[in-house]
Design a protein around this ligand. Structure first.
Ligand SMILES: C[S@@+](CC[C@H](N)C(=O)[O-])C[C@H]1O[C@@H](n2cnc3c(N)ncnc32)[C@H](O)[C@@H]1O
Length: 263
C-alpha cells in the first residue's frame, strides 16, 4: 500500500483534512514527546507539515526541526506554509535518509508508518538517527471508523472492489502488539502503546466525501465517475451514516494507537 498524492490533492489535504482530522491528532501526538526548548526533532512522513510546525513552535528558535517526506507535492505545500519558520525539509524515503546518526532528541510520525514498504528497516533508521535516550512517538490509525467503513462500502459499490481495497488499505494498520514487537526488535526500550479516541465532526456527505476522496490517492477514480454515479456514492454514505448527523455535521468516534519508545 502506498500514499502518493498528485495535482491539487496536497492543497485539498491541507485545507480540508488537516483542520478536520490531522491537525487535531497532531496536537494529541505531540503531548507524548513533551518537547523542550532547543531540542532537535525529525518528523517522518511529514506531509504538508502540520506536526512539523507544532514541533517547531514547541522547541522554539533555538530548536532544530526537520520534516521528511517522499512526496514533492506535499513538501511544496509544507514549505509554503512554513515560509518564515526555519524548518529543514527533506524529500526522501524513510530508509536511507542520509541523516547523521545520533542527531535527534525526538522522532515523530503521524499516520505514516503503515505506508512504509519496509517497516523494520524504517524503525532501524529512526533508531540510528536518534541521540542516546532520544524518544520516538508515532501515531497510526486503530483500524476503521464508522465513516471510513461507510465510505469504503460505497466506493466498492460505485467505483470497484479493487479501488475499495486500495482505500480500505489506508486503515489496515498493525495491532498494538505488533507495534510493540516491531519497536522492541529495532532496539527501542520502554515501548508502550496508548490508544487515543477523538469525537470527529465533519460536514455532511455531500460536502465532505468529495473533499476527502479528492485528497486521497484514489482521487482520480472518484473524479472520473459520471456525475450521477458520484451522487449515488455520496448518497450511499449519507444513508449509512444518517443516524450520526448532529446539527448538520456527521459525528463519529475515531481512534489512533500512539507507540512510544526510548533509544
Ligand atoms: C496520511 S499522510 C500523513 C501526513 C502527515 N504526517 C499528517 O499527519 O498530515 C502520509 C504521508 O506519508 C508519506 N509517505 C508515504 N510513504 C513514505 C515513505 N516511504 N517515505 C517517506 N514518506 C512517505 C506520504 O507522502 C504522505 O505525505
Amino acid at each position: 500500500m502506498s500514499f502518493q498524492l498528485s495535482g491539487s490533492a496536497p492543497e485539498i489535504y491541507e485545507n480540508s483534512m488537516v483542520p478536520l482530522w490531522f491537525g487535531r491528532w497532531a496536537e494529541a501526538l505531540l503531548t507524548f514527546v513533551s518537547l523542550k526548548t532547543g531540542e532537535t526533532v525529525l518528523d517522518v512522513a511529514c506531509g504538508t507539515g502540520v506536526t512539523t510546525r507544532i514541533a517547531k513552535r514547541d522547541v522554539g528558535s533555538d530548536g532544530r526541526v526537520t520534516g521528511l517526506d517522499i512526496n514533492a507535492g506535499m513538501l511544496a505545500k509544507a514549505r509554503e506554509l512554513a515560509d518564515d519558520m526555519d524548518i529543514t525539509w527533506i524529500e526522501s524515503d524513510v530508509i536511507g535518509t542520509g541523516l547523521p546518526k545520533d542527531s535527534f532528541n525526538a522522532v515523530i510520525s503521524q499516520h505514516g508508518y503503515h505506508y512504509f514498504p519496509d517497516q523494520p528497516a524504517a524503525l532501524k533508521e529512526f533508531y540510528r538517527v536518534l541521540a542516546p535516550s532520544g524518544r520516538i512517538a508515532m501515531s497510526i490509525w486503530d483500524g476503521h471508523s464508522a465513516y471510513t467503513k461507510a465510505l469504503c462500502s460505497a466506493v466498492e459499490k460505485f467505483i470497484s472492489p479493487e479501488i475499495a481495497k486500495k482505500q480500505r488499505g489506508q486503515r489496515q494498520t498493525p495491532s498494538a502488539n505488533r507495534l510493540i514487537a516491531g519497536l522492541s526488535e529495532a532496539g527501542f526500550r520502554n515501548v508502550t502503546v496508548a490508544r487515543q479516541e477523538l469525537s470527529i465532526k465533519v460536514p455532511l456527505a455531500a460536502t465532505f466525501v468529495p473533499l476527502h476522496l479528492g485528497s486521497m490517492p484514489i482521487a482520480n477514480a472518484f473524479h472520473s465517475l459520471p456525475n450521477e454515479e458520484k451522487e449515488a456514492l455520496i448518497a450511499d454514505v449519507a444513508h449509512t451514516l444518517r443516524g450520526q448527523v448532529v446539527d448538520d455535521q456527521i459525528v463519529y468516534q475515531d481512534a489512533v494507537n500512539v507507540v512510544t519508545g526510548l533509544k
